[in-house]
Design a protein around this ligand. Structure first.
Ligand SMILES: CC(C)CCC[C@@H](C)[C@H]1CC[C@H]2[C@@H]3CC=C4C[C@@H](O)CC[C@]4(C)[C@H]3CC[C@]12C
Length: 686
């Protein structure tokens, strides 16, 4: 069967009769996406079904063939048609709550329901087979040419009065008209009948099957848990037991159960190490229990620094974010100017500095003799940088201006940090920090993808840490950050993907950390899960650790199992101050005596950011525009002279893998000390 096909409606039964491939050939009009009965009453939507490729992020990342059924607005899928018949669902999504986008180049359809994001495409075999269907049959090619490059239709509920609603209506009309003119009526029906389906809420039909699925999942999990507990208790004499099982159901996204119990020789003679995965859910539950027993860090002593901001954060719930995002679909959002009320008084260079809040983990690593244990601390550090995101989904950081700089000297923590905006198109912030026990640097760029309800941020660029004591050079990637339900107040952040940490100066071990994508319909307890392993040269697991990125990380394979990191408690009234941590509150503080030492390009001196911090939102808006105009003017002037901006404190280089990277040129602190920035030529940014 090629693509999705459509069968007549079966509104009177909760289940439906599925057509086999022979059944499909009975229908005269087949499109790669849907098959239509053109003379049928279109107020009653039918069923579309067939095989498509679906993208999976974890585990077994890639495109997988899945059987989809679209019925009464619910899109459900399984591995095979038989699985659907047996009620073995992998997942389902209410298309009526989703935004659909179509990409004609890659033959892809993306559905974004806020919490769930499906990426689907036709396999090349589908495309080939569609060409056998004859000229009168609309092929995928036709389909995508009559649909605008993006069809970001806000399908639920289509409010005609709103500008968005009108735009969507226009889009749909133009799709229909173009469809008619190209004699692809079936296609027009496709769009229309899809729309109809979206407005029909037949969830009542689904409730019995949801209940059955839930019950079977619950039973399966209970059995599995019992079996794992039994195995664990009886396994002291087992040399190696491996159980590898996949359970995929509609309600539990994916559970990979992999137990490897073994008595290791040599290294830890007195311990029975339970290595590998003991079901994510149960391992995380145990980690969380242990973390919660670990006392919170004592509230830091009064450092003399500020503990609040001059003004509360503005209420931006009414700002028309939808308009902004829809008008800028496909654009790099860091280049879109947004109203100041959406900003937090911190910029991206300061946000990168936030990743050093738990720099003591690097100090510990630099004092840990054992390379595997050392890696555990580096892993915890890589996770700790994400913690702050938990409280920070209402505002976006300022985009630094080209040539803007930021320093952060933390004698109490023993490090000094500098950062510079080294490129504007694309925006790149480079940073470097050093202390007696580590060096840290990265240059980051982000690609944004707005799917209609969620915004994915894909960072490129590696994070680097060196430890002087052991000559280690660690390097790792960052994971994807997704802002779910970006347009609503139910907005929340999720990080997902894999981080691989390598030591470029030794191949003794590597570390793999998985930021687990939350399981749909799962309770909140499985949100923000992370699992890490330290592997030796042969790929054997030496340590494992895990927990939640906003709650803490526990390692049970260290000589003394312990909580290796727990975030600091949030300051009083943090919600009124943008959700900032104490460390973040201090980042933009202009402490006495500092002003005369800073270059005039330092973010602390940027007037619009300060205005926002002081609660002068309207002034900030005006000044922000001026500052951005001045930046454009400088750019024009340089272009006229045929010149390009040259960063002042960073230089471009190539890393060992041939990537372009920005490294410190080592001049900042020297110039600061002598002759001092007051005695040098500086850029005038504001
Ligand atoms: C438009 C507004 C109101 C919605 C809020 C957007 C916020 C949540 C977005 C905008 C820019 C985003 C940040 C951009 C870059 C990074 C670096 C990455 O390594 C971790 C995530 C992090 C730190 C993002 C976190 C989420 C973020 C702060």
């Amino acid at each position: 069967m090629s693509g999705l096909e459509k069968t007549p409606p079966t509104l009177n039964k909760p289940t439906h009769s599925r057509s086999s491939s022979t059944a499909s050939s009975r229908h005269s009009r087949v499109s790669t996406i849907c098959l239509f009965h053109q003379e049928r009453d279109l107020t009653i939507p039918g069923i579309c079904e067939g095989y498509l490729l679906k993208r999976r992020k974890w585990p077994l990342k890639g495109w997988h063939k899945r059987y989809f059924v679209l019925e009464t607005g619910m899109l459900r899928y399984s591995k095979t048609q038989q699985d659907i018949t047996r009620g073995k669902l992998h997942g389902s999504l209410d298309v009526g709550l989703a935004v659909m986008s179509i990409n004609k180049k890659s033959n892809r359809i993306d559905l974004d329901a806020g919490d769930i994001l499906y990426h689907m495409k036709l396999s090349s075999s589908h495309l080939n087979s569609s060409s056998h269907l004859g000229a009168s049959v609309p092929s995928l090619q036709d389909y995508v040419t009559v649909v605008p490059d993006y069809v970001y239709s806000q399908l639920s509920p289509p409010t005609n009065a709103s500008p968005e609603g009108k735009k969507i209506q226009q889009d749909i009309c133009s799709v229909s008209q173009r469809g008619q003119s190209q004699n692809t009526r079936g296609l027009t029906h496709c769009v229309r009948s899809l729309l109809l389906m979206l407005n029909v809420n037949f969830f009542i039909f689904l409730s019995p099957s949801v209940h059955t699925s839930l019950k079977s999942v619950h039973d399966a999990l209970a059995q599995e848990r019992q079996r794992l507990q039994d195995t664990y208790h009886q396994s002291t004499t087992l040399a190696e037991v491996r159980v590898y099982a996949f359970m995929e159901t509609g309600l539990v996204y994916n559970i990979c159960v992999f137990i490897c119990v073994r008595v290791p020789m040599g290294a830890f003679p007195h311990q029975l190490c339970l290595l590998g995965w003991l079901s994510h859910a149960s391992a995380t539950r145990e980690y969380r229990a242990s973390i919660s027993k670990t006392p919170n860090s004592v509230v830091p002593k009064n450092t003399g620094r500020r503990t609040t901001l001059a003004a509360h954060c503005p209420d931006n719930a009414q700002v028309g974010l939808m308009q902004i995002l829809y008008n800028n679909i496909g654009k790099d959002l860091s280049r879109v100017s947004m109203p100041a009320a959406l900003n937090e008084p911190i910029n991206l260079m300061q946000r990168l500095c936030e990743e050093l809040e738990y720099s003591e983990l690097l100090d510990t690593a630099n004092h840990t003799q054992d390379p595997y244990q050392r890696m555990v601390y580096i892993g915890a550090f890589a996770i700790s940088g994400y913690a702050t995101a938990h409280y920070r989904n209402r505002y976006k950081p300022f985009n630094p201006l080209l040539g803007e700089t930021y320093e952060c000297l933390r004698e109490d923590k023993g490090f000094r940090y500098i950062s510079e905006q080294v490129s504007h198109h694309p925006p790149i912030s480079a940073c470097h920090a050093d202390s007696d026990s580590f060096s840290f640097w990265q240059d980051q760029r982000w690609k944004n993808k707005f799917w209609g309800k969620s915004l994915e941020i894909m960072p490129t660029g590696m994070v680097n840490v060196t430890l002087p004591r052991f000559g280690d050079h660690y390097e790792w990637n960052k994971v994807v950050t997704c802002i779910h339900n970006v347009l609503s107040q139910q907005r929340y952040l999720e990080h997902y993907g894999e981080v691989i940490i390598r030591n470029l100066n030794s191949n003794a071990c590597t570390c793999k950390i998985t930021f687990v994508k939350s399981r749909y319909w799962g309770s909140d307890t499985n949100k923000n899960e992370v699992q890490g392993t330290v592997l030796d040269q042969t790929g054997s697991v030496i340590h494992r650790f895990g927990g939640l990125w906003h709650e803490g990380i526990f390692c049970d394979t260290l000589p003394t199992p312990q909580c290796i990191w727990k975030p600091n408690s949030q300051p009083k009234d943090y919600y009124l101050y943008y959700g900032f941590s104490s460390f973040t509150l201090e980042l933009n503080e202009l402490t006495p005596g500092l002003k005369s030492l800073l270059p005039p390009t330092d973010s602390r001196l940027r007037p619009d950011q300060r205005m926002l911090e002081d609660g002068r939102v309207d002034d900030c808006d005006k000044f922000k525009e001026e500052v951005e105009d001045m930046q454009r003017e400088r750019r024009k002037q340089l272009a006229k002279k045929g010149q390009e901006h040259t960063p002042r404190f960073f230089k471009k280089a190539m890393d060992s893998s041939g990537r372009d990277v920005w490294l410190t040129n080592g001049t900042y602190w020297k110039v600061r000390e002598n002759p001092g920035f007051a005695n040098t030529n500086n850029l005038e940014l504001w």
